[in-house]
Design a protein around this ligand. Structure first.
Ligand code: PDD
Length: 283
C-alpha cells in the first residue's frame, strides 16, 4: 500500500501524469525516514528538513505536521516489516504545457511509500567498504533534498563501476560529503566532520553520530576538512539513514589508515547499536 494524492492504493496502481514537473524537470523534494520497530525515527526533524527543502524550492507544504504524521503512521502500520524506510516525495505537480516557469495554480503531487529497511550486511561492517573520490560537480544548494539527483546518480555510479560502494566528493580542495551519504574522518583519535552549509545535506544520521560522540566524551570537531587530510585519515566513515555508519577502508584503491575498520569506528558502531536498541526502537 502506498499513498498518492489522497488515496491509499497498491504500488502498481499508483500512476503520475507524464506532464508532472517531477517527471519532466525533477522539480520536487523528498525525504527518507528510517523506521525501527514501527516507530519513525526523528520524524519531527525529518519534517523540518522537508519544510526547509520545500521552502528552498518555493513550494508550499501540502500538509501540516499532524497530517504528515497520520499519513506516515498509516503507511508504517500497513508495511510488511517492523523496520522500514519511508520515502516521501512532493513534486510541483502537473502542468498543461511544458514550461520552465511555475504554473499559476500548483497542485503538488504527494507520494509516500514504505519499504523494508535493509541495513548493510555484517560483512560490510566487519570488513569495511571501498570508496572512490570525484570532483563535486553538483549545484550550490546541496542542502536541499531535491529529487533532481542526476549528478548524485552519476557520481555514485563511478563507485559502482569501480566495484566500490560510495564516492567521496571534493569541492575546491575540501570534503563536502558522499554521493548519498555524509562523511566523517578520524585523525589521532579525534572525530572530524565538515560543517553544515549549502554544499552538503544536513544528515539526520550525521546529527546522531555527533550527539553520540558528545555523549560518550569522544573528542570531535566540526570544521572544513581539506582533501589532503582525508587522504591521510586514520579512519573514514560514511553515514546515512539506510547505511547507518559504515567504515571506508580503501579510497581510490589506497588503504585508509590500517586498511581495516578502525578502533574509533568499533566504539561508535557499538554506541550506535545501543542507541538504536534503547532510543530509536522506543520512539
Ligand atoms: N540519502 N547526503 C546525501 C547527498 C544523501 O543523499 C543522504 C541520504 C545523506 C544522509 O542523510 P540522512 O542521514 O538524513 O539519511 C547525506 C538518502 C538515504 C537517499 O537519498 O536515499
Amino acid at each position: 500500500m502506498v499513498y498518492l494524492n489522497g488515496e491509499f492504493l497498491p504500488l502498481d496502481q499508483a500512476k503520475v501524469p507524464v506532464m508532472d514537473r517531477g517527471f519532466l524537470f525533477g522539480d520536487g523534494v523528498y525525504e527518507v525516514i528510517p523506521v525501527y520497530s514501527r516507530r519513525p525515527f526523528r520524524l519531527a526533524e525529518h519534517l523540518r528538513r522537508l519544510q526547509g527543502s520545500l521552502a528552498g524550492i518555493r513550494l508550499a507544504n501540502p500538509h501540516s505536521d499532524e497530517e504528515w504524521t497520520a499519513l506516515i503512521g498509516r503507511i508504517v502500520a500497513e508495511g510488511e516489516t517492523d523496520d522500514q524506510s519511508v520515502y516521501i516525495q512532493v513534486s510541483r505537480g502537473p502542468m498543461a504545457v511544458r514550461n520552465h516557469a511555475f504554473p499559476k495554480t500548483v497542485t503538488p503531487t504527494v507520494f509516500v511509500m514504505g519499504e523494508p529497511l535493509h541495513t548493510p550486511p555484517d560483512s560490510q561492517r566487519e570488513q569495511g567498504i571501498a570508496a572512490v573520490s570525484a570532483a563535486d560537480f553538483r549545484w550550490l544548494r546541496c542542502d536541499l533534498k531535491v529529487t533532481s539527483l542526476l549528478a548524485n546518480c552519476l557520481l555514485r555510479q563511478l563507485a559502482i563501476d569501480a566495484g566500490c560502494i560510495e564516492t567521496l566528493l571534493f569541492r575546491d580542495g575540501y570534503l563536502s560529503e558522499g554521493a548519498a551519504s555524509n562523511i566523517f574522518m578520524v585523525k589521532d583519535g579525534r572525530l572530524l566532520a565538515p560543517p553544515k552549509n549549502h554544499l552538503m545535506l544536513a544528515g539526520i544520521t550525521y546529527d546522531v553520530v555527533l550527539e553520540i560522540a558528545a555523549a560518550h566524551g569522544l573528542a570531535h570537531e566540526v570544521r572544513d576538512i581539506r582533501e589532503e587530510e582525508v587522504r591521510a585519515a586514520d579512519e573514514l566513515w560514511m553515514t546515512s539513514s539506510t547505511k547507518e555508519v559504515l567504515p571506508i577502508v580503501t579510497l581510490d584503491g589506497k588503504p585508509v589508515g590500517s586498511g581495516r575498520p578502525g578502533p574509533v569506528f568499533a566504539r561508535m558502531y557499538g554506541w550506535y547499536q545501543d542507541f538504536k536498541r534503547d532510543v530509536m526502537r522506543h520512539g
